[in-house]
Ligand binder design. Structure first.
Ligand SMILES: NC(=O)c1ccc[n+]([C@@H]2O[C@H](COP(=O)([O-])OP(=O)(O)OC[C@H]3O[C@@H](n4cnc5c(N)ncnc54)[C@H](O)[C@@H]3O)[C@@H](O)[C@H]2O)c1
Ligand SMILES: [Zn+2]
Ligand SMILES: [Zn+2]
Length: 385
């Protein structure tokens, strides 16, 4: 079959690889009909996790079940399904407490309680290096899905792929950011980053009836998208200082909630890049610091953007001085997918409009380039195997 294989940073190839097979009785094989590229794939693409071997990328995918093992009971051959990005067993301590991304069984060689840089990581992720289970990903014609009963959700036959594909990653991630921050009716939510995750968080935030949703980015075309598809007010950080702009909109106090949907691969000047390198840190925490500064005292900050190293100058004094509540991490997709799919099917939530490009799987190298380099007004690419 054909698959998108990452060989080394920026070297993505569409290649023939062996077809996936059932390895365990709880496995299923999904024939992929749609798959997307995520901002998290870019950390692999840009070499923050240099691949130790070629790996099939992709953790956002959906398709039709082609085969199931003898111990699969909920999912049947022929079902249309969307996968959550985390590989989860469904029965361990964390899975049964709605924390599937911390699954104790899906990353046997690298799992542990410490959360170190290269060891003692969380649960398995599709297509996300040997640190997270070494599973082949879904940017392929087919994929093996471990514990398929727990990892995927069925979707109705009559809804187009594009309407439900994002129920496996960016929507549950936006959901987590809003839920962690406990957004209340009438509040102001500021979201840093108008990428797919920021747009998804803005859409989910509206479900809680805030007074305002304000999105900050430096790319005019992405801010236009935030206004168009997420009814957001926008601040262009390339034209004005975003923290001061947010204060001006909130009686000087700052938003009740700030959501970091940027992460460590924030826009940086060459000087900042050199300084970060000198301190031995991956990327920068400047977007997170902007959230901590902007949010009102006693406010809440959700960190959805990915941070993957030590950050020596972490401004913890702001968290303390302002009495902030801070929550960060991988979302737990399988804990919110049912609610999200219901909203999508009932058309109370729509996410297909986040997508900007649909391309054949064969065009994956170009798709990675335009998404990473923010070319051709790219916001989100769906690949069709
Ligand atoms: N927590 C999770 O479970 C989870 C799930 C999916 C993705 N992520 C992470 O979320 C982050 C965003 O993902 P994405 O797909 O939207 O990526 P993306 O790269 O498309 O979006 C990031 C956006 O941030 C903007 N940005 C850069 N610097 C900024 C700044 N200083 N202020 C405001 N905006 C700035 C960029 O212009 C871009 O539009 C990534 O770090 C990704 O790994 C986390
Ligand atoms: Zn992702
Ligand atoms: Zn588990």
């Amino acid at each position: 079959m054909k698959a998108v294989v990452l060989h080394k940073p920026k070297d993505v190839r569409v290649e023939h690889v062996p077809d996936p097979t059932l390895l365990n009785a709880t496995d299923g094989i999904v024939r992929v009909t749609s798959t997307a590229i995520c901002g998290s794939d870019l950390h692999l693409y840009n070499g923050f996790f240099p691949p130790t071997r070629p790996i099939v990328l992709g953790h956002e995918f959906m398709g039709v079940v082609d085969a199931v093992g003898s111990d699969v009971h909920r999912v049947k051959v022929g079902d249309r399904v969307v996968a959550g990005f985390s590989v989860c067993c469904g029965t361990c301590w964390f899975c049964t407490r709605s924390h599937p991304s911390q699954c104790e069984r899906s990353n046997p060689s690298r799992y542990g309680p410490d959360g170190d840089l290269l060891e003692e990581k969380g649960g398995g992720l599709f297509g996300y290096s040997d640190l997270y289970g070494g599973y082949d990903g879904g940017q392929a014609e087919a994929v093996r899905v471990p514990w398929i009963d727990a990892t995927v959700r069925r979707v109705p036959e009559d809804i187009p792929d594009e309407h439900v594909l994002f129920a496996g990653d960016i929507l549950p991630t936006g959901w987590a950011g809003v839920e962690w921050a406990d957004v209340q009716p009438g509040e102001t939510v500021a979201i840093f980053g108008a990428g797919p995750v920021g747009l998804a968080a803005a859409k989910i935030a509206w479900l809680r009836k805030p007074a305002r949703v304000i999105v900050v980015d430096l790319l005019a075309y992405r801010l236009a998208k935030a206004r168009a598809v997420a009814r957001a007010e926008t601040i262009d950080a390339s034209l004005e200082a975003p923290i001061q702009a947010l204060r001006a909109l909130t009686a000087g106090r700052g938003p009740d909630v700030c959501i970091d949907a940027v992460g460590m691969e924030v826009h940086r000047s060459p000087l900042e890049k050199a300084a970060n390198l000198l301190h031995g840190q991956a990327g920068s925490i400047s977007a997170l610091d902007a959230c901590l500064r902007a949010v009102r005292r006693s406010g809440r900050v959700s960190v959805l953007g990915f941070y993957g190293s030590n950050y020596d100058n972490f401004p913890f004094h702001r968290v303390f001085d302002k009495n902030l509540r801070l929550r960060a991490g991988q979302s737990d997709p399988q804990s919110s997918m049912d609610a999200i799919l219901t909203l999508l099917v009932e058309e109370r939530l729509r996410a297909d409009d986040i997508r900007s490009h649909t391309l054949p799987l064969d065009d994956a190298p170009r798709a990675y380039r335009i998404f990473n380099d923010k070319l051709e007004d790219c916001v989100k690419v769906v690949l069709k195997p």
